[in-house]
Design a protein around this ligand. Structure first.
Ligand SMILES: [Zn+2]
Length: 316
């Protein structure tokens, strides 16, 4: 009888510990993992804006398991964030991260490079993407400093040491064929995508925003017309799976609903207003209700996107 009571107490305290762990896990930021194919995972961060709490991991990274080492697509925005990504990967596979491919120039696509390089990973990117990273390094680090404070400690820019020339590159990593392609301008002018034919998977980086509204950069980095065209270049690969730069992975139809259709909507609706020289303030007001309200960050970004699209088309 005594034994049984003791056992029950132990079970009860174990249950309590479990509940407490769950409670703290609900508070601490973590990446969600989604298995896309037996060899492909998406590591999904926050949908909202970057913050101290989410370590500027308001983005989605990709993971490819070659059987002879893992390929990480994009390395997060800081060394601390990279460590979080590494822990998540270790919970999914025993394979070490041997390669990191950077798809883009935005902070969370590559500022974790240094950590993975220090652990022996080879950092890979197109030369044009690296050039673009260098253009934005200072401004992105300044913004992160204000946001991440001491959490940015130890983060130093680390660029792919042997950047790949041209607009595309075919690689074989761990026996798997991989293509890095520049589809044309997108969220940033030199962002690339990674195509893995055997998995019918495209790691789209910031070309695709799922579940949340994309943001047109106000410094002219995102050219709406180019981005819309680049989306079609990606779509022409006919991927079965799209691991986006933001949001949950899905098929091409989802990427089109959340990104391609929105870019097309902006062009279709703003272009006639520009040719009729309608007042920009009136246009923003008139188009404020678009069929994309279901997407996260709509209220924060949609009006600004119309405004910037108008200015771009007007300047053409
Ligand atoms: Zn991004």
């Amino acid at each position: 009888m005594v034994m049984r009571i003791r056992l029950m107490t132990r079970v009860a305290s174990a249950a309590l510990t479990f509940t407490l762990l769950q409670a703290s896990a609900a508070v601490a930021f973590d990446l969600k993992t989604v298995k896309v194919t037996p060899r492909v995972y998406a590591l999904v961060g926050a949908l909202g804006p970057r913050s101290y709490d989410n370590q500027a991991l308001n983005c989605t990274m990709g993971l490819l398991l070659t059987g002879n080492g893992a390929v990480l697509i994009d390395s997060g925005a800081s060394t601390l964030g990279a460590k979080l990504i590494a822990r998540k990967i270790a919970s999914l596979t025993d394979q070490p991260v041997k390669w990191v491919i950077n798809t883009g120039a935005q902070d969370h696509r590559w500022l974790g490079n240094g950590y993975f390089a220090s652990r022996g990973a080879q950092i890979i990117a197109l030369a044009r993407t690296v050039k673009s990273q260098k253009t934005y390094t200072e401004s992105h680090l300044q913004r992160l400093k204000g946001l991440l404070k001491e959490r940015l400690a130890g983060t130093r820019p680390y660029y792919a040491p042997n950047p790949l020339p041209g607009n595309s590159a075919r690689l074989e990593l761990g026996g798997m064929k991989i293509e890095i392609l520049w589809p044309g301008g997108g969220h940033f002018p030199d962002d690339a995508i990674v195509w893995v034919p055997s998995e019918k998977t495209v790691f789209a980086g910031d070309l695709v925003f799922n579940d949340r509204l994309l943001g047109i950069q106000s410094d002219g980095a995102s050219v709406v017309r180019d981005w819309a065209r680049s989306f079609e270049v990606m779509a022409a690969l006919a991927p079965a799976h799209v691991v986006p730069g933001h949001g949950m992975p899905g098929g091409l139809a989802k990427a089109r609903r959340d990104t391609g259709d929105y870019l097309a909507w902006l062009l279709r609706n703003v272009e006639p207003a520009v040719s009729e020289m309608e007042d920009i303030g009136e246009v923003v007001k008139r188009l404020a209700e678009a069929p994309f309200r279901r997407l996260e960050n709509y209220d924060g970004l949609h009006r600004k996107n119309i405004n910037l699209t108008y200015l771009q088309l007007e300047a053409e």
